[in-house]
Every structure is written in C-alpha cells, then in structure tokens.
Design a protein around this ligand. Structure first.
Ligand SMILES: *[C@@H]1O[C@H](CO)[C@@H](O)[C@H](O)[C@H]1NC(C)=O
Ligand SMILES: *[C@@H]1O[C@H](CO)[C@@H](O)[C@H](O)[C@H]1NC(C)=O
Length: 365
C-alpha cells in the first residue's frame, strides 16, 4: 500500500538526482567514485556509441547490454546504482568511430565506507604501505569539503575520500584501477567519509521561497521500516534532514544519541529510515526540497475525526458521506510540481556547482 502511493514520488525526482561527470573532449579522465550512487557520464554527441571494458581486460562491450546503464538522448550515459564490479573504462565514440571521451572509473564499494566525525574525535584511516612485489603506499585522496548543509543554524559538512595507491615515481591511482586483475583483500582499502560541524550565515539573496515536494505517506498498521528518499539529494551534495524542525545529524547518529531515525550512510543520508510519525523535511544545498508526513491508519482516522468535529461545529450538522474523507486521507500531494518552479530550483542548484573546480555538476537536461 505504501508502494503505490510512493510511485509517483519516486518516478519524478530521480530524473534530477544525478551527478554529471565530465571530461575534456578527446581526453581520458581517471576518477574514483562511490558505488550505489547514480552518476551521468557526459559525452555530447547525439550519435554517441558507448563501450565498456572491465578491468579484467575483456573485449569491450557495447553498453546497451548492461541493465543499469542507459544512454540519454544527448549522448551522455546514465549509470544507476553502479557496482564495484562495473569499475573499468567507459569509452564514448562518435558515429565515425572517433574518440569523443574516455572515462576510467573506479566504483569503490560504498558498503565498506569508513565514516568519521571530527567533533567526536574520530580519526580517518592512516597511510599504510603494502608489499605488492614492490612496496606501495595506500592513502585516502580527499575531495574538497562540501558546503555546510544548513545555514543560519548549526549544520554539518562532509567530504568524501577515495582509496588511492602510489608507487613512486608514478602518479597515484585509484586502488582498484591500480590493482586490475590482482586480487588483494586488504582492510585499509576502503573509501571514506569525514564529517564536521559547521555554522554559516544564510545568503539572503538566495532566500526566495522555493517550491518543494510534499509527500503525505500512508501506511496500514504501525510505522515500521519506512524509508524516505530526499529528491535531488546525493552523497555528492550537502543534505540534511529535520524531524519536527530538529536537525538529524551524523554526530547524533554516530554517537548513538539519535536512535529514532537512521540516515543511510551508503547514499550520504539521501534516504532516512523513520519509525515515528512526524514532519520530516530535507534540505539540499541549504534549501528545503521536500516535506514528508508519514502517517498510520490511526493517525489519519484521528485527523479526519478532528476535521469532522470542526465541520460539525461550523455547520451544525453531521457529515454523512465518508468516502471523500478517506480519499482525502490517502492523498499524495505533489504540490508545486510546475516545471518552471523545478527548473528554477535546478538552475539555482546548478549555479553554485559550476563555479567550483569539482567535477560534480548537476545534470540539467
Ligand atoms: C556521422 O554523423 C554526422 C552528422 O551527425 C554525418 O554528417 C556523418 O556523415 C555521419 N558519419 C557516418 C559515417 O555515418
Ligand atoms: C599520506 O600519503 C599522501 C600521498 O603521498 C600524502 O599526501 C599525505 O600527506 C600522507 N599523510 C600522512 C598523514 O602522512
């Protein structure tokens, strides 16, 4: 029952949640990413053909044969829930078989993500040397810190770090691109996420009332095992949840203080598991993106009864047809779904990312 109500909410936002990976024309870009988090590889050629060769050096495959990979109309490639096994070379060529762009990607296993919080005194992984014929250095290559996820009140920011191996004098390489066919199991070889508290003022120019999604979710019986998914959020973007206006922080979760909700580390808190009715809000790039109101059958009957009591007092007569009211309780509202509003939000999200050196830019189709 929950599933059907969520259908609408799931189909729309996923369009906008990907991170665009780009690389200069006719170049090869080598990059580490996290598995389980959608990305789009840019290739601006409408007749683009994409080939994939795994690190096991098999023959290149036309990617249309891979179920979680889709070519977008402009030529770019969308990878949904990429797996560590999809590490390898993604080659985009035009209809004359000329190279447009090559991506050598290491999808590091997000299920092994090592999470530390500076304000809890937790330390990231240390550099280590490993004997692989020669001795090599394993270390974490950190991305820049993401923006603070809240403004005007205490928030948190995170940065992602990828496993790299350095064999001087060569340039360091993402671990699994370096290792290729070699099967090495080594506990230091993990991606990392580091979090710290932050407090930044709000940029008042940005404070226009943004449109946002509203989801009223209805579940029979108790609220158990409900996962809320924040549209537009990603492990690659600053995201925060609030429950009844109280921020849900990584600090609270990692220290064991917050037990009433669970942020899913595998997607940087894009998904939140809740167990109690409350108003849950999520913010991406400091802006309200969605409000969720999970309710049980009992909560709804209660709120309907309150509505009806109100009406009875007003009109002085009992309301008979209840069918409408039940429908009202089941409503799943996707308010403010206007394309213009969404575009406005997307453009706003798009602009700050452009100004940064980071390769993670929002896809605007
Ligand atoms: C490739 O496409 C371009 C325009 O899209 C066209 O001019 C060219 O003839 C095509 N080449 C081949 C080999 O089909
Ligand atoms: C770990 O190794 C990297 C790469 O050589 C280096 O940049 C970094 O400073 C080292 N960190 C420590 C704590 O030694």
């Amino acid at each position: 029952m929950l599933a059907t109500l969520l259908l609408l909410s799931l189909s729309l936002p996923t369009l906008w949640t990907q991170i665009l990976i780009s690389c200069a024309y006719k170049s090869l870009c080598q990059q580490a990413l996290l598995s389980g988090n959608d990305v789009v590889l840019q290739c601006d050629h409408p007749k683009a053909l994409w080939y994939y060769s795994s690190i096991l050096e098999e023959e290149p495959l036309l990617v249309s044969s891979m179920p979680n990979i889709k070519k977008l109309p402009g030529g770019s490639l969308q990878l949904t829930n990429p797996q560590p096994s999809q590490t390898g070379l993604y080659h985009c060529q035009d209809n004359d078989s000329a190279l447009v762009v090559d991506y050598e990607l290491d999808f590091q296993d997000v299920t092994t993500l090592h999470i530390t919080h500076k304000d809890l005194g937790q330390k990231p992984l240390q550099n280590e040397t490993l004997k692989l014929g020669t001795s090599v250095l394993i270390f974490t290559q950190w991305e820049p810190w993401q923006d603070c996820n809240h403004c005007g009140k205490p928030g948190e920011r995170k940065r992602l770090g990828y496993c790299y191996i350095e064999e001087p004098p060569e340039k360091p390489m993402p671990c699994w691109l370096y290792l290729r066919v070699e099967k090495v199991q080594y506990s230091r070889m993990r991606p990392e996420m580091q979090v710290e508290a932050c407090l930044v003022p709000c940029d008042h120019l940005k404070e226009i009332n943004q449109p946002y999604f509203i989801f009223d979710i209805y579940q029979l019986g108790k609220l158990t095992n409900i996962w809320l998914t924040c549209p537009l959020a990603s492990i690659y973007r600053p995201t925060i949840w609030e429950a009844n206006n109280t921020p849900l922080t990584w600090q609270g979760q990692l220290s064991g203080q917050d037990v009433s909700t669970i942020l899913d580390p595998a997607n940087g808190g894009r998904r939140l598991q809740v167990f109690q009715p409350a108003i849950y809000k999520c913010f991406v790039h400091q802006e309200l993106v969605a409000r969720f109101n999970p309710m049980t059958k009992l909560d709804i009957l209660e709120s309907l009864r309150r509505d009806e009591d109100g009406q009875q007092q007003e009109t002085g007569e009992a309301q008979k047809g209840k069918a409408n009211s039940v429908l009202k309780g089941l409503k799943l509202m996707l308010l403010v779904g206007t394309i213009l509003g969404l575009l406005g939000m997307l453009l706003k999200l798009f602009r700050p990312s452009q100004s940064k050196r980071s390769k993670h830019v929002l896809l605007v189709k």
